[in-house]
Write a protein that binds this ligand. Sequence first.
Ligand code: C2E
Ligand code: MG
Ligand code: MG
Ligand code: MG
Length: 287
Amino acid sequence: RAKSLGRGKICTYEPSMDEANRVRAELAIDLKRALAGNELELHYQVQNDTSTGDIVGFEALIRWNHPQKGRIPPDAFIPIAEETGLIVEIGDWVLRTACTTAAQWRLPFKVAVNVAPMQLNHDLPRRVAEILKQTGLAPARLEIELTETGIIADRQHALHVVLALKATGVTVAMDDFGTGYSSLSTLQAFPFDKIKVDKSFIQAVETSAHAAAIVKATLLLGRSLNIPVLAEGVETTRHLDFLREEGCNSVQGYLFGRPMPVEIVNRMIDDAKASNQPASDTRKAPT
Ligand code: C2E
Ligand code: MG
Ligand code: MG
Ligand code: MG
């Protein structure tokens, strides 16, 4: 009885592996069409100064609106884009779209763009410089986000790329800090302009003394190295209170806003612009 159950298990396991591979292969084909077919979209999530609450920038996050399958999250298709090499073209599109959008904002907020490991091997600094020139975005307004996994393959080359990126005038942030193999030695070797503490630590600060200690230590580290620290995944006022108390520079998370479509972000920026300059605010009729 047990034996046949075991055999049955194997039989149902194998087809499901095939099924998973089939779905991936299908997505890979669909993804090629997605780029040309306007199915990709960038959403933008606000980043705020922790002490003043002022908006400091927005992170661009890719969305895929699949015509049949609906919205597919980046974690489900970015790895496929990397395997197929399509990430280079998608990465270009992301950079170009984010820079075009930010160049049109009425306030000079920064835009942060995630870059995949493979993009580092395809002339990233030159592409970035070209896109900045074409879109007219000031280099200082673009932040490139790199994760440690993007760096481990060839650290020497990655360092070269980061230095070349910085030479164009953009800033470079280390994303998902604390989740890599050797975050500390990466931090030592690379001249990052910002540390983004991974959301898994922030979300555990209330329930795990360890997580709280790690966040505190990271903030201390940032302060001693003179590198500003941003906390991701800030969802509650208690997260925010903790981060404020510990001197975190900036914050990003659902407490301040979900990633939003570009029209909503543009309206939000127009409002911010209007409230800074009451004289030009035509919505308030004089009484
Ligand atoms: P990431 O760069 O670390 O982005 C942060 C992720 O956390 C985003 O997920 C964001 O929606 C989510 N998030 C933000 N605030 C909160 C919060 O308060 N709570 C929770 N639970 N989550 C929050 P998303 O948009 O699904 O993106 C996932 C990952 O996909 C990104 O992680 C990034 O690694 C990758 N990705 C997104 N867009 C791009 C892109 O244009 N290019 C590349 N190469 N990767 C991208
Ligand atoms: Mg990121
Ligand atoms: Mg992150
Ligand atoms: Mg991440």
